[in-house]
Design a protein around this ligand. Structure first.
Ligand SMILES: Nc1ncnc2c1ncn2[C@@H]1O[C@H](COP(=O)(O)OP(=O)(O)O)[C@@H](O)[C@H]1O
Ligand SMILES: [Mg+2]
Length: 363
């Protein structure tokens, strides 16, 4: 978490901001506050409105309704270059005929800075992204990861108050992507600048963000810390988009009790839902515990029996598919050494989970 997190002044506030392209509503009226110094990620499937939201903040497009404030200034119609917002794009958007040095120097030249300052700032920016010595190359003489580092250097070189990145690692392979996630996080910590980052990759969002704004068809599905979204999803969409989840459909039978139509009644958190309310119970695979042969379920835990359908080795952990005696298909994860003894395909198994590890989702 960045040092500036405790500073509660608002960096950016969107009030009722919406965007239509012709008759298509790309963003429904949206309220959002991005705090100064935080790393906020806009996460969501393709077409959910992430780039639209970013382009509205950058000023590349003007909203159909609503206002955008930077601190307390209304910037809704301010030209992009006056906003002090830096942008990094997925396709790098470098100028191919210019050297790395000139690409990074470009924003400073546009601002008419003296050449000794330009040299100092460009060298500093290139050093930050690990590209000292690459000044005279052309973009095409560099790898994708290096080109994106140039894109980042060109963004940070004029010290923008806010840095926005739209799927900057989308064109890179997995290992490089993970390495650059760490580099971008470090950059955020070092600079202390507000970052707004776009990705459709939930692991990337969980890894990098102070907060995640999960979008679904032009609106915010949930805004919160990675832990909030993972452990306390407010809807089925969030539960399914972030991480893996077991979803069990049923009805409330009494305060803190839920019945599953195929059979079985379980203790759930009492969230004040009325009897007969249709609900979906979500339990994360790692919270569903595989019991050893003679192990008793802990007091108060829910117990479910079934048999192993199959296992898949995913490194230190193994994912286990289970079909319960009621016909529910569930997934659990366990430390691989334990699985070889407890869960071979066809073996009868017992699973348990604590009521507080289940999340009730309204249907
Ligand atoms: N310039 C445009 N003209 C028409 N429709 C657009 C335009 N830009 C985006 N859209 C539409 O708005 C919706 C959201 O797009 P976008 O913000 O690019 O989504 P994302 O970045 O999450 O993939 C999509 O349905 C897209 O087709
Ligand atoms: Mg996009």
């Amino acid at each position: 978490m960045s040092q500036t997190q405790s500073d509660n002044r608002h960096a950016i506030t969107l009030q009722g901001v919406s965007m239509s392209f012709g008759s298509a509503l790309a963003l429904r009226p949206t309220d959002l506050t991005v705090h100064r110094g935080e790393f906020l990620t806009l996460l969501g499937p393709s077409g959910s409105g992430k780039s639209t939201l970013l382009n509205l903040i950058a000023g590349a497009i003007a909203p159909t309704t609503g206002r955008i404030l930077l601190d307390d200034r209304d910037i809704t119609y301010m030209p992009p270059r006056d906003r002090g917002i830096g942008m990094v794009f997925q396709n790098y958007a470098l100028m191919p005929h210019m050297t790395v040095f000139e690409n990074v120097a470009y924003p400073l030249r546009v601002r008419g800075e003296p050449s000794d300052q330009i040299h100092r700032k460009v060298n500093e920016a290139l050093e930050r992204v690990g590209l000292t010595g690459f000044e005279d190359r052309k973009p095409r003489q560099m790898s994708g990861g290096q080109q994106q580092r140039v894109g980042i250097a060109r963004c940070i070189v004029y010290s923008p108050a806010i840095i926005m990145m739209d799927e900057p690692l989308g064109a890179l392979d997995k290992n490089l992507r993970e390495q650059m996630q760490d580099e971008i996080k470090r950059l955020h910590t070092d600079l202390g600048t507000t970052f707004i980052y776009v990705t459709h990759d939930q692991e990337e969002a969980l890894n990098m963000s102070d907060r995640i704004c999960l979008m679904s068809v032009g609106e915010i599905a949930q805004l919160g810390t990675p832990e909030d979204l993972y452990f306390a999803p407010q809807s089925r969409f969030v539960a399914e988009f972030i991480g893996e989840s077991n979803l069990i459909e049923g009805r409330i039978t009494a305060a803190g009790r839920m019945a599953v139509p195929a059979g079985g009644e379980y203790t759930v958190r009492d969230t004040g839902l009325a009897k007969d309310t249709a609900v979906t119970l979500m339990v994360r695979p790692e919270r569903l515990r595989l019991l050893a042969q003679d192990e008793a379920a802990p007091a108060g835990a829910n117990l479910i029996e079934g048999k192993v359908l199959g296992t898949s080795f995913i490194g230190g952990m193994t994912r286990i598919q289970i079909l319960t005696t009621q016909g529910l298909s569930l997934t659990t994860k366990a430390v691989s050494e334990q699985v070889s003894r407890r869960a071979q395909a066809g073996m009868p198994v017992r699973l348990c989970w604590r009521p507080e590890d289940g999340v009730l989702l309204d249907r």
